[in-house]
Design a protein around this ligand. Structure first.
Ligand code: ADP
Ligand code: MG
Length: 287
């Protein structure tokens, strides 16, 4: 039999989480293969959404290659692990970058959050609840590849954006990632952004072909959210640490990202996922 105090704690936590009436949306951004533009898209999409009046928080959960802070022109020494270990308060690790986008470095802390017991989570929540700031959209840049942490993160979000390029290797790797997610949770909403496209028509036909194959083999419909052209300003913007949504808002890539942001806002809200992390984040940053 579970001892009484622990059972009470678990009960209290469920009550706490259950009362959350957050409309916050958690969008995870992932890819089968690295270097396709996840971080560039996460950062610029965050600024685009912020331009449209959304309160946006970006979590950099790419443990190996965290670089969102550099792109946003900020320096972060601390991440969620420091909050979990009680060394920092949440407000001390949240930073504001270009376009008013708030940012926290997940570091390995995001995967630690997934493993914590309910009583540990409750302890952290106590400290966090007084500090929370309402957030409309959380974008989690998850890093590339197929591993348990990434799949858990994707399943913990309301919806997943997979970034792919029109190259066959990227398309194949995206398929493998989608298959892994769909086998775990058939109904998890997934959309794709084709990035670094040379030619919109060609990218559209690749995305359509991909959609057909996925529909036939996995019985899910993966629509393209948009097509971002190859834009030479993007690599330059990383060196300048000024995202293109700010430096070149009228460029081809920026205009497409603004269009994707509008689509994302207009899309009907997806049901809240069952993941514990999503409930935790709703509680931390939701209304
Ligand atoms: N639409 C694009 N046009 C041109 N270069 C791009 C585009 N998107 C990303 N890049 C470049 O590709 C490289 C990898 O991008 P990054 O966002 O770091 O990818 P990931 O996070 O998937 O590893 C960077 O040098 C970036 O400037
Ligand atoms: Mg990246």
């Amino acid at each position: 039999m579970i001892n009484q105090p622990i059972r009470d704690q678990a009960h209290n936590l469920r009550e706490l989480v259950g009362k959350s009436k957050s409309n916050m949306k958690i969008i995870s951004v992932s890819s089968g293969k690295g270097g396709v533009g996840k971080s560039s898209i996460s950062v610029n999409l965050a600024i685009a959404l912020s331009n449209l009046g959304m309160r946006v928080l970006v979590i950099d959960a790419d443990f190996g290659l965290a670089n969102v802070d550099v792109m946003l022109g900020i320096h972060s020494k601390y991440n969620i692990s420091h909050v979990i270990r009680g060394e920092k308060k949440l407000y001390e690790i949240i930073q504001t970058g270009h376009g008013g986008v708030r940012f926290i470095s997940g570091g390995s802390g995001v995967s630690e959050l997934l493993r914590m017991s309910e009583s540990q989570i409750k302890e952290i929540m106590k400290g966090i609840m007084v500090l929370r700031e309402p957030t409309d959209i959380i974008i989690i840049d998850t890093g590339a590849g197929i591993n348990e942490n990434i799949v858990q993160l994707l399943l913990s979000s309301n919806e997943t954006i997979i970034v792919a390029t029109p190259e066959p290797t990227s398309v194949l790797d995206s398929y493998a990632l989608i298959k892994t997610v769909v086998l775990r949770e058939q109904a998890h909403p997934i959309r794709i952004i084709m990035n670094k496209c040379d030619n919109r028509k060609e990218a559209e036909s690749i995305a359509e072909g991909f959609r057909e194959v996925v529909k036939r083999n996995l019985a899910v419909d993966i629509q393209a959210l948009g097509y971002v052209m190859f834009d030479q300003e993007l690599p330059k913007s990383i060196k300048r640490q000024l995202p293109i949504l700010i430096s070149h808002p009228q460029g081809v890539a920026a205009r497409e990202l603004m269009a994707i942001a509008r689509t994302l806002i207009d899309l009907p809200a997806m049901p809240l996922s069952s993941g514990r992390l999503s409930r935790l984040l709703s509680r931390m940053f939701g209304h």
